[in-house]
Design a protein around this ligand. Structure first.
Ligand code: KG4
Ligand code: ZN
Length: 334
């Protein structure tokens, strides 16, 4: 069969990643250079620092991805890149690198939406069946996406304030846990015996939107109050109370969307997909509803270029190519 090799680049946030994927499903290499150590002392991603780090690493990461895949540039079929959304300075580095490669190698260029990438990460591990619903939860995103057929996306719900992962990181910071705090809260929540009672943000009854800033404020208020009264703070109970609230709302809204839209599968994507509580509850509820839950391994849930290559492969098949005029767009629509 014809071997279609896509080199994809992802630089929308704080991971510099380059992957080579064969025929949309076979990962030959997927190099991810994380800047977490650099940003940790600031307690979050600093956009200007992220851009500079991408510039420093992009060239050698492209070389490493080719080396690991044992592929020569002349064997490539197309160049793909995340065109948005994300941090503008970070996106620019990937887009300029991709345009340069496409021009120099005379290859088609394919711009990919970052969320489409997260969704199609699932295509690297499972066959997809439409219509489907995908829950994308990361440090930058919280979206419920209805995918009626391949390449047709509709955001049916999204966060009105903080992303789920962002809320995790902020609550972790208040508990003096290291950045990124999601995994630490997850662990503490599982060790907890009781949960601090906290509110759930259901919003309007019909709404698939999310809101996490009120919950975060409730946690901060509880911590402040305990501090003022000189009471000890049970970080485990706080972590469990917070996690229970986030997970319950994510799970209820996802399952309601699956029912209303007659989805044949529920896809999980984004870094918060690593959350044990979320995975467990979604798995239980999907099992009772008779809907397959699909979640890629963690390395494909967090930002990586293989997912961009997977989404790009579908666009290449459909002939949806970009021109060399492609622009990075920090607020790109899905
Ligand atoms: O997808 P990702 O690597 O980067 C973005 O595109 O944002 O997601 C990172 C986010 C961070 O906010 C991190 O705290 C969160 O995912 N995260 C978790 C867990 N592991 C990572 N949140 C909750 N529970 C976890 N186990
Ligand atoms: Zn992402």
């Amino acid at each position: 069969a014809h071997r279609r090799l896509i080199l994809a680049i992802e630089t929308s946030c704080d991971e510099t990643s380059v992957a080579i994927v064969e025929n949309g499903t076979k990962i030959l290499s997927n190099v991810v250079s994380s800047q977490i150590e650099t940003h940790r002392r600031f307690g979050g991603v600093v956009p200007e620092v992220a851009s500079r780090k991408h510039v420093e690493s992009i060239t050698w990461i492209i070389e490493e991805a080719l080396d690991k895949a044992d592929v020569r540039p002349g064997q490539l079929s197309a160049i793909a890149v995340t065109e948005g959304p994300g941090l503008i300075g970070a996106l620019l580095v990937g887009v300029v690198a991709a345009k340069t490669l496409a021009y120099a190698l005379d290859l088609p260029l394919i711009g990919v939406h970052h969320i489409a990438g997260h969704i199609y990460a699932n295509q690297l591990v499972h066959e997809l069946r439409y219509p489907l619903v995908s829950l994308v939860v990361s440090g930058g995103h919280t979206e419920l996406v209805y995918v009626e057929k391949e390449g047709s996306f509709r955001i049916i719900g999204q966060t009105r304030d903080d992303a789920a992962g962002e809320a995790y990181d902020k609550v972790a910071r208040a508990l003096k846990l290291p950045y990124p705090g999601g995994p630490h809260i997850d662990r503490l929540a599982h060790e907890a015996e009781e949960a601090l009672p906290l509110p759930r943000a259901w919003l309007e009854p019909e709404s698939y939107d999310f809101s996490f800033s009120g919950l975060k404020s409730a946690v901060l208020a509880a911590l402040n109050q305990a501090g003022m009264k000189g009471l000890p703070i049970d970080a485990r109970a706080v972590a469990k109370g917070f996690q229970d609230s986030v997970v319950e709302v994510l799970v209820e809204k996802s399952l309601r969307a699956v029912q209303e839209y007659g989805a044949k599968q529920l896809l999980l994507a984004g870094g918060v997909a690593a959350n044990k509580g979320l995975r467990q509850q979604l798995a239980d509820r999907c099992a009772s509803a008779g809907v397959p839950l699909i979640a890629p391994p963690l390395s494909l849930c967090t930002d990586n270029a293989a997912m961009i290559a997977a989404a790009a492969h579908l666009k290449l098949e459909r002939g949806q190519l970009s021109s060399l005029e492609l622009k990075a767009d920090p607020a790109l629509d899905l």
